[in-house]
Design a protein around this ligand. Sequence first.
Ligand code: MG
Length: 377
Amino acid sequence: MFAAYASTPENSRGRRIAEEAPDYRTEYQRDRDRIVHSAAFRRLEYKTQVFVNHEGDMFRTRLTHSIEVAQIARSIARALHLNEDLSEAIALAHDLGHTPFGHAGQDALNECMREYGGFEHNLQSLRIVDMLEERYAEFPGLNLTFETREGILKHCSRQNAKTLGELGERFLQRQQPSLEAQLTNLADEIAYNNHDIDDGLRSGLIDINSLQQTELFGEQYSLVCRQYPGLPERRTIHEVVRRMINQQVTDLINTSQEQLRIVGPTSLDDVRNHGAPLIGFSASMHKKNRQLKQYLRQNLYTHFKVLRMSNKAGMIIRELFHAFFEQPGLLPHEPQDRIASSGGSKDETARIVADYISGMTDRYAMAEHKRLFLHNH
Ligand code: MG
């Protein structure tokens, strides 16, 4: 059923702490189930990417985004005879380490943490599944398989890689991750580009006219308008976005299939040792994607209304960080206890404060900010 180069429980590098094989699930299904039951996963419901959670209920949250990524990743994995369960587990875990308020929050926290090792959402996702989740008697974290953890760590600096043991090796030796990790990374890209169009149009921050400048949207939009003249706008947009996703997924599957045929890997090790990723878009789709991203950057992510939200978000994160770091007594018991039982260095205190803040949902961060800085709260 699986291709020779797929990840399987048989060629898995296993878990950090050995466990007996599950009775009714595969190892990667077990990973997925552990992720779904984690506290960090539930919090994704109230964390955002572009729009702040309280700005509206119709926008994607990181939870619905992660579910969309899992859906796309599974379709691709199945078509390529790769491990669907592993792709799903990676997809559901890929955003666990994000701070509240999307990239604005992460940038602010990284800035606050500059002298204490920085903050990076990818590494934080790993920290969550490796140590911060407290759900099992036998081990800290979720004790996931090597392959799921490898997929979570999409990128990593050489400096950080040196501290990560076997997981960091591929960044030092320029090896590739599994195909399941490669495809889930691109499924993430397909999901967010397309839902940002959808959410961007719904919010009124971008419009159909200007979006038509991009080939990906423009082509499908004129096709749909020709085929269904007079279709109401919402349905037109959804039909266009649906076709765009389909077009990108199909391109990715076809291109990757061809690439795998030409290179001919016969094992997972061949995949890892190949000089470049084997999953990818065609050159023309890659170009169209770049154009779309550029459009979103210029028109949505830097729209003044989005920048106002980001600005506010950055301020909240910075003020929370400085208040807690300078006076840890303001923290609730749990992080305070962790500081007390740590070595007490500035680095450790800063890291525990960053864990606490990055774990917050958008609305919890706003509520904490009010409780610390406003009267009557
Ligand atoms: Mg994502």
